[in-house]
Design a protein around this ligand. Sequence first.
Ligand code: NAD
Length: 428
Amino acid sequence: MSTKPFNAFEMAQAQFDRVADILDLDQGTRDLLRNPMREFQFLIPVRMDDGKVRVFRGFRVQHSDARGPSKGGIRFHPHETIDTVRALSMWMTWKCAVADIPLGGGKGGVICDPHHLSQREQEQICRGWVRQVARDVGHVRDVPAPDVMTSGQHMLWMLDEFEAIHGGHYPGFITGKPVGLGGSLGRTEATGYGVVFTVREALRELGIEPKSTTASVQGFGNVAQYAIELYHQMGGKVTCVSCWDQADQTSYTFRKKDGVDLGALMSITDRFGGIDKKKATDLGYEVLPGDAWIEQEVDILMPNAIENQITGENVERIHKRVKLIAEGANGPTTPEADAVIQKRGIFVVPDFLANAGGVTCSYFEQVQCNMNYFWEKDEVLGKLDVKMTSAYHAVSELARKQKLYMRDAAYVVSVSRVAQACRERGWV
Ligand code: NAD
């Protein structure tokens, strides 16, 4: 018996259809929004270091630009498919809309594995990708960014090619650039801080003093570290973090009941967010199985690692004390687990709202580039707080008024904003 392979685009369309029903959207709007507006698929020939030519397949999908230029990353991945890119571009539309930034949704990719490509070969792929779409992207059309296995260096090669083709400086064409070359201060902190801005607002609404709370965090990479930093500044106490151990090919949870020391843990963490087990033991941490983070007696869970972590198998292990789950990672909770969480009445800040700080700061990068004037870090983070706080309240207010689960409310807010833009433009 063959089982149908997972298709992200079918999942994204099913989610959309559910929200379209809640909103009672007309057929024209449904037809427009359940598919990408524009798609590009192309070949990128590259002369490899051995002198032979290899042809790579590239994609750019612009799901919607009803609210502004499309926005979304470019992934380099050996298993990239057009359907994955379509789904991700649709999710970007909803994320930008829920954050209320004037951008649409896009995503791109190249089927390749950078682990097996030299720097020169990667540069040629970047330049080839831009040559294929140079007239269909740019700061007034579609703004790419780094994503899985692409970095600030890749963005600079792409920018350089774009500027060579168009004959001028267009730093707002692409985001995720290094600071000093068009990047924004505060981008490193943005996603983790954004998660905690929403935690702060949720606790306020739940009538809970942050100083009285404890949290367990999955992940110890970029998002988790900055989330912990700001949560500690608010007076909260993280008692547990969990991360992947490359050597053992499994995950571990590191617990200190009187609170983890962020700086000390960071000093024994590699650049992939893996904590050294032996050194952690020496520092007095208990080393527990990887999934122990989920069953801790804490007030808040922050799954800030990867997708598919709170599942039908482990959701019942969430402690009865937990009142709030803030999803820093993309897709950490499966639909099966989500139904249980909803039934138990645990308050959830869903992923595309909780982690929207990243794209919001990328939007700030674009704005600064277009002005050619760069803000101080405090200004960036202050503006980020304002955007995240108002994004949170738009969703929670709707959830309260219409008695919706927070995840549904977030979808309803974003889909209705995009649908409204389509209507007001006279498209539907
Ligand atoms: P990262 O690579 O810096 O860190 C990932 C962390 O997760 C590492 O500590 C790693 O050890 C841990 N991890 C991996 N697999 C694990 C497992 N099975 N169990 C426990 N821990 C595990 O990544 P990041 O940038 O912090 O991103 C984390 C999540 O947030 C991802 O889902 C990403 O898509 C999402 N996200 C990130 C940003 C951003 O700006 N960085 C923006 C939006 C969403």
